[in-house]
Write a protein that binds this ligand. Structure first.
Ligand SMILES: [Zn+2]
Length: 115
């Protein structure tokens, strides 16, 4: 069991940081034994990359929805713009879904302890 820092993001996700210390099991020079333990938890003052990407896309989605709502109040003259926006929203939904799946996969990968 070798010791590593843990970087913890404000969204609750985390990743392994720097290697800190070998355990007393045999290991070849420059290698760790493969089992990772947390030495210190380093708080990171921001969300992880994936959560930031998801947030950005959610903000864009909200903006699109607001635009559509505004156009719909104007009656039928923005029909084409609304259709385009609706396509945009569907595309964003798919991208957000993909990112969420990636995030879940990553969390499960870390949780299982296999590296
Ligand atoms: Zn995150």
């Amino acid at each position: 069991m070798c010791f590593f820092d843990q970087h913890r993001f404000v969204c609750g996700d985390w990743k392994w940081g720097h290697f800190r210390q070998h355990c007393n099991r045999e290991y070849r020079i420059g290698e760790t034994c493969g089992m990772k333990l947390i030495m210190t938890t380093v708080p990171v003052g921001q969300k992880c990359k994936l959560c930031e990407k998801i947030d950005t896309k959610l903000r864009r989605r909200t903006a699109e929805v607001e635009r559509v709502n505004r156009w719909q109040r104007e009656g039928s003259k923005f029909r084409a713009s609304i259709d385009k926006s609706m396509d945009q929203i569907r595309a964003l939904d798919a991208e957000i879904y993909e990112l969420q799946c990636e995030k879940n996969r990553r969390l499960q990968g870390i949780g299982s302890g296999s590296h």
